[in-house]
Design a protein around this ligand. Structure first.
Ligand code: TEU
Length: 543
């Protein structure tokens, strides 16, 4: 049987290290904590881990503001801890990819400290500096920061503005500077030489900005008052030159074995843009290996909507390219809340959807036990977005609450005693929803995930096969065929809360289903229970 390379096989498990497991007992998760849970991750069947940033950082944006690209923040451990984690993961067949923030650094990064010393600093053009309009007092243009206010900060010392598309503690790097690019590529090499197998590239489509710094046009939106979302970001993102840099990044990766780049391609808030994500895959072998299309995150829980969303994503994958899928991450409301409303039947359906599509599935820690969003009080908020926009925007802390390991205090995440406790409150539902309890219960959602991942691994049709969506069935049902090796498998998902009957192209037997026993045979008609999701093997003609 054809074996898929690790990053095509997946799933890749995203860990937000602050919230995974706190081995040090200070209330914040750490690398040693991740290392101790490797058996759990291996048991799940993940082939890779994506670690959200663990580099030294003032933590204004919880690590997405890097002040040193070559080390580990003491909060998470040391470089030695990292190497130990890497080695132990590798022994279990798990690769590690780092989160890499190329668009901006922290304002405490020595590069920026040097850049801001004067207009003639040798690193001045490593960042984006502009004089003001109207005699120097007006902002250089109308660009807004994603985390509030203008994207320009006036610097008293040199009288110019620097660009920061996120907080002012995150100055944007200038990717038109070859010296900066060269230095940054060396930072990537540092990790590749250590044995890291790739990177998740933060806001990769933001790297290059309009050469003339023209204004963004405005768009109409009836949403919460983030002025940033009232602009169409055609000037501060998605510039043609970015694709050239992506090709160079790919060429660097190609010097190392089995490495992978996955790009966060961030569209205008709420906009479906699979075409944009697809462009980052280049011709299939000269762009990123994978790119996130966030359309499913903006899609409601409806079979027909999900189908058109997935289809349009597949259409944008270049020949030789490879799709990936994501339902939850550290920025968004968890799918279990957003789509599932806490209903485990929906969580199981989503798991089957994610793990039986064509392309690499990404799992966000806790998704496999159906963790839901935390509900935080104002004083508990830590995320700069939540703090700034309270109560209009919930911020991102809700999807970053500690992993729920067991029903002991702090959900077994940390031994930190009150009043300190975990850095974010544990969701009180941990008493019923936790790994230890799910392990003991063979009918738990955790076992459902494991079984699906196992199936994905052992069926070529699932991990490497083609996909085709089948027409002619009730609108509430999503039905697709996966074909590979000599097998034809059928995913049938009832998105409605009513029974639904579908006709199958051939008789089938059950591989796995929320509604019926494994192996049970079916004629050409299948009646699904409410919210049932199943995977069926089509039997040869005549059965
Ligand atoms: O996210 C990009 C981004 O634009 C989102 O943070 C978005 O603004 C947010 O979800 C509010 O709607 C990436 C990282 O994933 C995020 O964690 C970082 O904060 C951000 O870049 C800056 O590095």
């Amino acid at each position: 049987m054809a074996k898929a390379v690790w990053w095509k096989q997946g799933p890749i498990y995203q860990i937000y290290p602050r919230s995974f497991f706190d081995a040090g007992g200070d209330g914040v998760g750490d690398l040693e904590g991740v290392r101790r849970k490797l058996d759990y991750i291996a048991g799940l069947g993940a082939t890779g881990i994506w670690l959200s940033p663990v580099y030294p950082s003032p933590m204004v944006d919880f690590g997405y503001d890097i002040s040193n690209y070559r080390d580990i923040d003491p909060l998470f451990g040391s470089l030695e801890d990292f190497k130990r984690l890497l080695g132990d993961a590798e022994r279990r067949g798990i690769r590690i990819i780092m989160d890499m923030v190329l668009n901006h650094s922290s304002d405490r990064h020595p590069w920026f400290v040097e850049s801001r010393t004067g207009r003639d600093s040798p690193k001045r053009d490593w960042y984006i500096w502009r004089g003001g309009r109207k005699g120097g007092r007006g902002y250089p243009n109308n660009w807004m920061g994603a985390f509030g206010g203008r994207a320009w900060k006036h610097d008293g010392e040199t009288g110019e503005y620097y660009l920061h598309l996120f907080t002012e503690a995150q100055p944007d790097l200038n990717w038109r500077s070859n010296a900066m690019k060269k230095a940054m590529f060396e930072e990537l090499r540092f990790w590749l030489d250590l044995g890291v197998k790739g990177f998740r590239l933060d806001v990769i489509n933001y790297l290059v900005k309009d050469a003339q710094f023209r204004n963004n046009p405005y768009r109409l939106r009836l949403t919460f008052p983030r002025r940033h979302d009232l602009q169409t970001h055609i000037m501060d993102r998605n510039q043609e030159e970015t694709f050239g840099i992506v090709r160079e990044l790919r060429a660097l990766m190609d010097q190392y074995d089995e490495t992978m780049l996955v790009g966060e391609v961030y569209p205008d808030e709420g906009v479906h843009d699979p075409a944009l994500a697809g462009r980052f895959l280049g011709g299939g072998d000269d762009g990123l290996h994978l790119a996130f299309d966030f359309s499913p995150i903006y899609t409601p829980f409806k079979a027909d909507r999900m189908e058109s969303c997935l289809k349009s994503w597949y259409e944008k994958i270049p020949p030789g390219g490879w799709p990936c899928h994501v339902l939850s991450n550290h920025d968004q409301s968890r799918a279990a809340t957003r789509l599932g409303g806490g209903d485990d039947r929906i969580n199981r359906l989503l798991a089957l959807l994610l793990l039986t599509q064509r392309g690499t599935p990404f799992l966000y820690y806790g998704e496999e036990i159906g963790m839901v969003d935390g509900r935080l009080k104002r004083r508990e908020l830590r995320d700069p977005v939540g703090v700034k926009y309270y109560p209009f925007h919930p911020g991102r802390d809700r999807s970053r609450t500690p992993m729920q390991w067991d029903d002991s205090p702090n959900a077994g995440f940390s031994a930190a005693a009150p009043p300190a406790g975990p850095w974010l409150p544990v969701n009180p539902d941990y008493r019923e929803r936790n790994v230890a309890g799910a392990e003991r219960d063979p009918s738990s959602i955790l076992h459902w995930y494991r079984d699906l991942i196992q199936l994905r691994k052992t069926h070529e049709a699932l991990h490497s096969g083609e996909i085709e969506f089948l027409p002619h069935h009730p609108r509430e049902v999503l039905m697709y065929e996966r074909r590979g090796g000599d097998e034809r498998l059928l995913g049938v998902l009832n998105f409605s809360r009513r029974p639904q009957t579908v006709s199958l192209p051939l008789s089938a037997e059950t591989l796995i289903s929320t509604g019926r026993a494994k192996g049970s045979p079916w004629g050409k008609e299948l009646t699904l229970a409410p919210l049932e999701a199943g995977l069926f093997r089509l039997l040869p003609e005549g059965f």
